[in-house]
Design a protein around this ligand. Structure first.
Ligand code: BES
Ligand code: MN
Ligand code: ZN
Length: 496
């Protein structure tokens, strides 16, 4: 695997006109009002900046690059539009992204990002720091490991200064962002890898690498282990695949006295639908059906990378959902690890069938809370589009904590109902219940199915079907919800 050294960030007091760097980045509002840093550059250059503003709209994310301004030590000045003069979060994030996209193509090895000192709604400066570093790293991500001709244009940019006075709390925010960016990149790469490479065994190997690098405890259960345990539901999904299923259990424990947070990630490395075969259009995107698994590995990587004082166990059921002579058939009844029986009316509702056994398995770790993360339903995409992850929980305090973490990480969620009224849609004439509940409220009945396995635990479910990847021209994994999971784990451990 080819590896570009990621851009490094540091926090240092700097003045915009005196900074000796490849590029200083400053903001300009839509009404052509200058930010404080931009004003200083304008004064130092005797109005050169204000004159150049004729060519910049100041709209959010617009950019203008200036070279060799008199009185300014930096080689270049990048002006970035911030839109409204009281910028909110989306404007800041768009400005960071726009700056990164220009910096990416410059022959500058360092830069200073003066956007970080802006007041963004109610946010503290540490929020700006986290999102500057994470946003830039996300924009610099690329995936070309499957191309025979690699692009030779590795970005020249090696380091970025965030010009602020280096307080401990900002250094901590930076450390969190850098480790989170590593976790996001891992999740994205695992998602983007094709299903002929990223198999259940590949995911297990990836967990092994993490275990080695960060000295984590790892256990990988094989088919025979799961047969012995009685994971009839998980194994029913893996039946027709040539790829052996794996149950990956990865512990990161840096808070020995605390009960663990269990993260359970759906790891379907390819979802054909099975006998309830999916239509051909866009079926390639079902390589992303392991994004929940990728986000669990990514979050653990991030937490271990920043040595967070948390106790987390990742549980990943990984297999392929294939048709074939041995495949599970509609109408088949299976027995789950919990002992409850399920009538499989649609083999394409396989995520819940592997998650229920993994969640029951997680119970043995006596978790403080369980969060499962899954590309579970097309219905969730219809309900919330590609903006918000669907949140379901059997405990409102847990839901509120997740909502707060989602807001801080801007990795947003929207809570959906989990009322008992929906449960009757899962009724079955032949088993305890069925694995589908019809079209109405499809993401809710999927969550209701999982709720039947979590009665003894504080549990939340994140349906990331709409948020884990992008389709179309920009097709690719987003790495969501790694930022949310990391922020949640830190908050939950009492870290601000
Ligand atoms: N992995 C899919 C969900 C999915 C579909 C995510 C499209 C993103 C885009 C899941 O396994 C699935 O197939 N769900 C079915 C459930 C249905 C059969 C009740 C669905 O959503 O159609
Ligand atoms: Mn499916
Ligand atoms: Zn699926």
């Amino acid at each position: 695997m080819r590896y570009f050294r990621p851009v490094e960030f540091s926090i240092k007091t700097l003045s915009p006109e005196a900074a000796r760097t490849g590029c200083v980045v400053v903001g300009v509002f839509q009404d052509k009002k200058l930010t404080a840093a931009a004003r200083r550059l304008d004064q130092a250059s005797k109005g050169a900046l204000a004159r150049a503003l004729r060519d910049l709209s100041g709209k959010t994310g617009s950019t203008l690059l200036l070279h060799g301004l008199p009185g300014v030590a930096a080689e270049r000045v990048l002006l970035v539009g911030l839109g409204d003069s009281e910028p909110r979060e989306p404007a800041y994030l768009a400005a960071v992204r726009a700056a990164a996209n220009v910096l990416k193509d410059l022959d500058a090895k360092d830069a200073a990002l003066f956007l970080v000192d802006m007041k963004i709604a109610e946010r503290a400066v540490s929020w700006n720091v986290r999102h500057a570093a994470l946003g830039m790293r996300e924009a610099f991500y690329r995936f070309d490991q499957m191309k025979s001709q690699k692009k030779a244009d590795a970005p020249a940019l090696a380091s970025v200064v965030l010009p602020l006075s280096p307080k401990a709390e900002l250094q901590q925010a930076l450390k969190e962002a850098a480790a989170t960016a590593d976790g996001v990149a891992l999740a994205r790469t695992l998602g983007n890898l094709p299903a002929n490479i990223c198999t259940p065994a590949y995911l297990a190997d990836e967990a092994k690498k993490l275990a080695r690098e960060f000295k984590l405890e790892l256990e990988v259960l094989e088919r025979k282990d799961m047969e012995k345990l009685g994971m009839g539901s998980f194994l029913s999904v893996a039946r027709a695949s040539q790829q052996p299923p794996k149950l990956i259990v990865l512990h990161y424990n840096n808070a020995k006295s605390k009960k663990p947070l269990a993260l359970v990630g759906k790891g379907i490395t390819f979802d054909t639908g099975g006998i309830s075969l999916k239509p051909a259009g866009e079926m390639d995107e079902m390589k992303y059906d392991m994004s929940g698994a990728g986000s669990v590995l990514g979050a653990i990587r991030a937490l271990a990378g920043m040595k967070a004082p948390v106790n987390v166990v990742g549980v990943i059921p990984a297999c392929e959902n294939m048709p074939g002579g041995a495949a599970t058939k509609p109408g088949d009844v299976v027995t789950t690890l919990s002992g409850q029986t399920v009538e499989i009316l649609n083999t394409d509702a396989e995520g819940r069938l592997i998650l229920c056994d993994a969640i029951s398995y997680a119970e043995r770790f006596k978790p403080d809370a369980v969060i499962d993360i899954a590309t579970l339903t097309g219905a969730c995409v219809i309900a919330l589009g590609h903006v918000a992850t669907g949140l379901f929980a059997n405990d409102q305090r847990l839901a509120d904590e997740i909502r707060a973490a989602a807001d801080e990480s801007w990795d947003r969620v929207w809570q959906m109902p989990l009322w008992e009224d929906y449960q009757e849609q899962l009724r079955s004439n032949f088993a305890d219940f069925a694995n589908i509940g019809g079209r109405p409220g499809g993401s809710i009945t999927a969550a209701c199915f999982l709720a039947r396995f979590t009665r003894k635990m504080r549990w939340a479910h994140l349906d990331i079907a709409g948020t884990a990847w992008k389709s179309g021209r920009d097709k690719g994994s987003t790495g969501r919800p790694v930022p949310l999971l990391v922020r949640f784990a830190l908050r939950h451990a009492g870290k601000k």
